[in-house]
Design a protein around this ligand. Structure first.
Ligand code: GLN
Length: 548
């Protein structure tokens, strides 16, 4: 049985410093030295999970294979480490309190007064240690959401303080801060870092390693000064400088010797540990950075003002472009603003169109306008979840001729409910955690495009939805040229539709974007970008011919 070591990543000064990327980078570097690692995220909000949060509040809702609606940082962990995370990898204050209150109601506390210390902190520690208790991992890296000093994070910092005592050398604290550059004075300022470390120390926690986010190089003198003020060794003050891609961060942190410092501080003999093997990662980053020729993709959705709302899709596209030696030019198009009159102008120069997932009425008609144009113009088109449902509705309206076709989510009274709610969803009243969630198997139709792309018959993909293709219309769609190329064999639900006469028109009820990783990019995204490149080349050569 492995003795698991625990690393905590806290953040200070301001939010949005990229704690998730630093936590994932630590994981990546330790993994690249042969260790088995997992990352965990703690969210200090009261929601049980982010499933009910508007994407504008907290970015995309990520979904794990075991059907947990999770913080988007779990997506970073999976993309960086090429591992699967689960429900236990993401905890929130809401879940901690729910567990404690359930135990109180059951009488588990034997008449005691239930308090933040020790009951809430014990529950927090139990949730952190549960990942290590199976002896599966060498390292559990726990990222504490929020900023040190927030009311919400107090019980977590207190739990870290206690764990430090319990675990001794098997516990390490990395604190991420910000060093602002004052351009009028042309100076970097370390005072906010000093204050944030002081705030941590006031709560009884001494960080072992400081990672300073900065836009300019931090000199050795300045590092010494920070070390002196903050009670850490100068070699443990590292910088994380702005980079053009988040995928450079692990490489930069390796240059800063982050993995070496972590291992030394946790009592490892470096001579006995293999060097970091980052060959595949470096190959990917080089491909990403060396690609200059563009491929132009439009992502049509209703949350486009906050790019984090589609984080996994944009990262999957980036990966697929890099592997196709192309640079991604991404247009985020607000579907609310798209109409049949302006769609041609917005989409005529793109090489591929993605219709995004989503919920509810807003922006839906714009998605239909985009789909009609892309289908009729033979532009590679990829519909994801709601995007696939929109493909079905648009096809029913404009090919089958059912002008009022709709999903009952949008129009419960439609006479052509080509997308409808699943029977088992009908009586569910709670919104949280009640969708079809997590990975389900799917059988692909031999000879279909989907089958060719995956190169196998049986696949498994993650879901997050309530509504489904209505099987009563299946025959009619297939006769008119939209086939159902992926089916769940147990429930008979349609998981993939495609139009074989089109160059690339595929809609998937599931979310392939959740399982595309840096070293294992998703075949659907890879193939979609390939089709977009081909389409671009054809357009360029026919434009040239027209000019001659
Ligand atoms: N709103 C649709 C449903 O619930 C699609 C959900 C999604 O795109 N994730 O079925």
């Amino acid at each position: 049985m492995k003795e698991t070591k625990y690393i905590f990543v806290t953040g200070g000064v301001v939010s949005s410093l990229g704690k998730g990327i630093i936590a994932a980078s630590i994981g990546k570097l330790l993994q690249s030295r042969g260790f088995k690692v997992t990352n965990q995220k703690i969210d200090p909000y009261i929601n049980i999970d982010p499933g009910t949060l508007n994407p504008y509040e907290h970015g995309e809702c990520y979904v794990t294979v075991d059907g947990h609606e999770a913080d988007l940082d779990l997506g970073h962990y999976e993309r960086f480490l090429n591992i699967e995370t689960h429900r236990a990898n993401n905890i929130t204050t809401g879940r901690i309190y729910q567990n404690v209150i359930e135990k109180e109601r059951r009488g588990d506390y034997l008449g005691k007064t239930v308090q933040i210390i020790p009951h809430i902190t014990d529950e927090i520690k139990r949730n952190i240690k549960s990942l290590g208790s199976k002896g599966e991992y060498d390292f559990v890296i726990t990222e504490i959401g929020g900023t040190v000093g927030d009311i919400e994070s107090l019980p977590y910092i207190e739990s870290v303080r206690q764990l430090r005592w319990e675990l001794g050398k098997n516990c390490l604290i990395v604190h991420l801060t910000y060093v602002p550059y004052i351009s009028a004075a042309k100076e970097l300022k370390t005072k906010p870092t000093q204050h944030s470390v002081k705030a941590l120390q006031e709560q009884g926690v001494q960080p072992d390693i400081l990672v300073l986010r900065t836009e300019h190089n931090i000199s050795p003198e300045m590092r010494k000064k920070v070390a002196l003020f903050c009670n850490v060794e100068p070699s443990s003050v590292l910088q994380s400088i702005d980079v053009s891609t988040i995928y450079r961060v692990p490489l930069n942190m390796h240059n800063e010797k982050l993995d070496e410092v972590v291992l030394k501080k946790m009592g490892f003999d470096l001579a006995k540990i293999p060097d970091a093997n980052l060959t595949k990662w470096i190959q990917f980053v080089e491909k990403l950075e060396n690609a200059h020729e563009e491929v132009h993709i439009a992502l049509v959705g209703k949350y486009v003002q906050l790019p984090d709302a589609y984080k996994s899709i944009t990262e999957s596209l980036l990966q697929a472009c890099a592997y196709n030696d192309r640079k991604l030019k991404l247009d985020l198009i607000l579907s609310d603003k798209l109409t049949e009159d302006n769609v041609a102008k917005k989409l005529e120069n793109v090489d591929g169109v993605i219709i995004a997932p989503g919920f509810g009425q807003r922006g839906i008609e714009g998605k239909f306008a985009a789909l009609k144009f892309a289908r009729e113009s033979n532009i590679p088109t990829f519909g994801i979840c709601m995007g696939m449902q929109c493909m079905v509705i648009e096809f029913a309206r404009n090919v089958l001729g059912y002008s009022d076709a709709n999903s009952t989510e949008i129009d419960p009274t439609t006479s052509h409910n080509v997308v409808d709610i699943m029977e088992e969803q009908k009586n569910i009243l709670n919104l949280g955690g009640s969708m079809r969630l997590g990975a389900f198997p799917c059988k692909l139709k031999k000879g279909s495009k989907a089958y060719k792309i995956y190169g196998k018959e049986n696949i498994s993909e993650r879901h997050r939805h309530r509504f489904e293709f209505n099987n009563n219309y299946k025959e009619e769609f297939q006769k008119a040229g939209m086939i159902c190329s992926g089916i769940n064999a147990t429930s008979n639900l349609v998981e993939i539709v495609e139009v074989p006469s089109h160059r690339w028109f595929i809609g998937v009820q599931f979310h392939p974007e959740y399982s595309s990783t840096v070293v294992n990019p998703h075949p659907l995204f890879i193939n979609f970008i390939k089709a977009a490149i081909e389409y671009r080349m054809e357009r360029i050569s026919s434009n040239k011919a027209a000019k001659q």
